[in-house]
Design a protein around this ligand. Sequence first.
Ligand SMILES: NC(=O)c1ccc[n+]([C@@H]2O[C@H](COP(=O)([O-])OP(=O)(O)OC[C@H]3O[C@@H](n4cnc5c(N)ncnc54)[C@H](O)[C@@H]3O)[C@@H](O)[C@H]2O)c1
Length: 258
Amino acid sequence: MNVNGRGRVSGKVALVTGAAGGLGRATAVRLAEEGASLVIVDTDADGSAETERLIRDLRRPVTSVLADVTDEVAVKKLFATALDTHDRIDILINNVGGGTSGHIWEAKAEDWDFIIRLNLRSAFLCTREASGHMRSRKAGRIVNLSSGAREGTPWTAYYTGNAAYAASKAAIHGFTRHVALELAEYNIAVNAVAPGPIETEKNSKRMRAMEALEYGPVRATPLRRLGEPIDIANAVLYLASDEAKYITGTTLAVAGGR
Ligand SMILES: NC(=O)c1ccc[n+]([C@@H]2O[C@H](COP(=O)([O-])OP(=O)(O)OC[C@H]3O[C@@H](n4cnc5c(N)ncnc54)[C@H](O)[C@@H]3O)[C@@H](O)[C@H]2O)c1
């Protein structure tokens, strides 16, 4: 909230994908704290219900949609529902992503396809729907989730491998940059946040176990600790707010100095 008691995204309608947990939930709640109305999307009904509850506790309007954002028809329906309910979408957060493909010498083609689809097709489909609407209003903000993995992650590479994920997150950077150029004349800003190792409920055990390893994430991170979901939520909030109105086409690293 600013000194006038107004939130940094007061009155805005924000759609957050993958908001049933992790960074998506933290982002949706942070946007609600700063005055936004929310449309949250996920395939996880229980997690979505909990995020919905947290937003209602803040007395902000929230619509929860269960949908697979890699499915073209489902995404069209999602945006139709969001626009029916809220009349407009000011902010789109393409947060859905993840997946693991193993070391390159044994990676399965179907895992490669799944990861590219999950991370990239989801952002493409949602951005296409949002941009049509935002162009007509000559206003909008889109924030995509890239990753430190866009340049390769040493501990993942060494211990497990995941080239598909790295490739998809590098592609998110290129996608962000290009779409920002296409949409600039319509006053739509498109940026990305690239998190480093962020501890979430889901990955906490795995992340903590890696701390003991020689090339683990904490030792490879100059700030010598894992990040928290709020670190990402605050960066996304900034890029989604008017404070960032002269920033577009940028990927902001939130990675403890890596
Ligand atoms: N946590 C990290 O350390 C980290 C680091 C770098 C980048 N990221 C990126 O940040 C984003 C969020 O990461 P996270 O750790 O919170 O992930 P997460 O796996 O905890 O959450 C992802 C959410 O997306 C939902 N989801 C998955 N597939 C979906 C689909 N097809 N349609 C709709 N919803 C779907 C899941 O149910 C889940 O709620 C991802 O893009 C991830 O790649 C995370």
